[in-house]
Design a protein around this ligand. Structure first.
Ligand SMILES: C[S@@+](CC[C@H](N)C(=O)[O-])C[C@H]1O[C@@H](n2cnc3c(N)ncnc32)[C@H](O)[C@@H]1O
Length: 220
C-alpha cells in the first residue's frame, strides 16, 4: 500500500473529541458548497463511494443531505477510518457504511468496489503524482455503473495556469516537498476522463478558486 508522506503544512487536522473525531477547518468550510453541488447533480439513489474521505466530516454532511444514497467512505490512511466512523455514528443517518481502507492510486480496485452510482474525490488530486492521478481516474471510470457520476473537487490549474497568488504559493510548497505532486491541469483531467469513456457534464466553479468536475458514464 502506497501512502505519500504529507507535508506538515497540510496537517490542518486536530483531534477534538474523545471518540476520536478529527476536525479539519477546510472541510467544515467547503462541505456546504460541495453538498449543494451534490444535491443538484448526483443521483438521488444508489451506491456512493467516497475516495480520500479524510476526517469524515464530509461523509456525515453529504450522507445527511443525500439520504437515498448508500455512502461508502474510504481512505488510504488507517488512522482516519476511526474518525470517519465516529462522524458517521453521530450523523443521525443510517446510510454510512463502516469506512474501508482504499489506496485509490492502486491498480485494480474498481473490480472489487463497484459498480457505483456516484464516486467522489475531494482534495486529493493535487497531493499525488500525475501517474497516480491518471490511475485513480481510470479506476473510478471503470468502477462506475452505467449513468453513474464521478465528481472530482479541488484546486486545479486552468489551461496550465495557476490563477492566484495563493494557488502559486500552495503549488510551490507542494512541489518543494515532493516534486512529483502539485496542481493538475483542468484540461488534462478532462482529457483523461474522456479517454476513459466518461462524458463531462459540468465544470463547476467552487469557492476559494476550487473546481468540481462532474463526469457521467454513458447509460448504454
Ligand atoms: C487533504 S485530505 C482531504 C480529505 C477530504 N476529502 C476533504 O476534502 O476534506 C487528503 C486525504 O487523502 C487521503 N489520501 C492520500 N493518499 C491517498 C490515496 N492514495 N488513496 C486514498 N486516499 C488517500 C489522506 O489520507 C487524506 O485523508
Amino acid at each position: 500500500m502506497h501512502k505519500r508522506d504529507f507535508p506538515n503544512f497540510l496537517a490542518s487536522t486536530a483531534e477534538t473529541t474523545d471518540d476520536g473525531r478529527l476536525f479539519a477547518p477546510s472541510a467544515e468550510r467547503n462541505a456546504g458548497p460541495i453538498a449543494d453541488l451534490l444535491a443538484r447533480v448526483a443521483p438521488e439513489t444508489g451506491r456512493a463511494l467516497e475516495i480520500a474521505a479524510g476526517t469524515g466530516q464530509h461523509a456525515a454532511t453529504f450522507a445527511a443531505r443525500l439520504p437515498g444514497l448508500h455512502w461508502q467512505p474510504t481512505d488510504v490512511d488507517p488512522t482516519r477510518l476511526a474518525s470517519i466512523d465516529a462522524y458517521a455514528a453521530q450523523s443521525g443517518t443510517n446510510t454510512i457504511a463502516p469506512a474501508l481502507q482504499l489506496d485509490a492510486t492502486s491498480h485494480g480496485w474498481a473490480a472489487t468496489h463497484g459498480p457505483r452510482d456516484l464516486i467522489l474525490v475531494c482534495n486529493l488530486l493535487h497531493l499525488i503524482s500525475e501517474t497516480e492521478a491518471r490511475t485513480l481516474i481510470a479506476e473510478a471510470a471503470a468502477c462506475l455503473a452505467p449513468a453513474g457520476c464521478f465528481i472530482a473537487y479541488g484546486p486545479f490549474k486552468r489551461g496550465g495556469v495557476l490563477i492566484s497568488e495563493g494557488d502559486v504559493s500552495f503549488d510551490t510548497r507542494l512541489r518543494e516537498h515532493d516534486p512529483e505532486v502539485g496542481y493538475k491541469d483542468d484540461k488534462r483531467i478532462i482529457d483523461w476522463a474522456t479517454k476513459d469513456g466518461l462524458i463531462l457534464v459540468e465544470t463547476a466553479e467552487m469557492p476559494a478558486n476550487n473546481l468540481a468536475f462532474v463526469f457521467e458514464r454513458p447509460a448504454g
